[in-house]
Design a protein around this ligand. Structure first.
Ligand SMILES: Nc1ncnc2c1ncn2[C@@H]1O[C@H](COP(=O)(O)OP(=O)(O)O)[C@@H](O)[C@H]1O
Ligand SMILES: O=C(O)C1=C[C@@H](OP(=O)(O)O)[C@@H](O)[C@H](O)C1
Ligand SMILES: [Mg+2]
Length: 175
């Protein structure tokens, strides 16, 4: 059973950022349930908006096109009620999108080591990661960690932790 802190449920939105495979989508829905909030996965919003899968968008127009649509979706996000937002790993390339979300909520960076992420991502080449052709996972991570850290209000170290443990750490940090 997850324990909510003594201040009770917090009402600001929560925005999860981090590398692909770190658990933003998995943990986001669990967090939303615990906080009694709506859950939005911006990857799904992109697909619904475009009527295409992420991979189809990239195949047709390249990774920068995916980043453009992602920015539109981040800017169109409405925060009339507080919500938990699981972003895609590339959301932090959109300064405007991140600013829109930061106005309404706290940004939680889920961090995990390169080795652990590699263990979760078995299909790096075909996973639809928005990266320059040929860019290695290591180089991508190096470039992104700086951005995740820059926007983070809270950082959660997910190394060797179960989803339930990560969830509890987020709840403790958010109250
Ligand atoms: N501690 C953990 N927290 C979150 N996901 C975990 C954890 N340990 C293993 N996983 C697995 O890692 C994967 C995370 O995928 P996902 O939630 O789609 O990540 P993201 O949305 O960040 O790309 C899932 O298959 C999940 O079951
Ligand atoms: O990191 C990336 O470049 C991407 C991550 C994906 O989301 P997850 O981080 O939820 O896997 C998705 O937005 C798209 O395939 C691009
Ligand atoms: Mg996801």
């Amino acid at each position: 059973m997850v324990e909510v802190g003594t201040l009770g449920v917090q009402k600001q939105s929560v925005v999860l950022v981090g590398m692909p495979g770190v658990g933003k989508s998995t943990l986001g829905v669990l967090l939303a349930k615990e906080l009694g909030m709506e859950f939005v996965d911006t990857d799904l919003s992109i697909q619904t908006r475009e009527g295409q899968t992420l991979q189809e968008i990239m195949d047709a127009n390249g990774y920068l096109a995916l980043r453009d649509v992602e920015q539109q979706v981040l800017l169109e996000l409405k925060f009339l009620t507080p919500k938990v937002v699981a972003t895609g790993g590339s959301a932090v390339y959109s300064e405007l999108g991140m600013e829109n979300m930061r106005k309404h909520g706290r940004v939680v960076y889920l961090s995990l080591s390169l080795d652990a992420l590699r263990g979760r991502i078995h299909n790096y080449e075909e996973r639809g990661i928005a990266r320059a052709p040929g860019q290695s996972f290591e180089s991508l991570m190096e470039e992104r960690v700086e951005l995740y850290s820059k926007y983070a209000d809270i950082t959660i170290d997910c190394e060797q932790k179960t989803p339930q443990q990560c969830l509890q750490l987020m709840l403790d940090a958010l109250v």
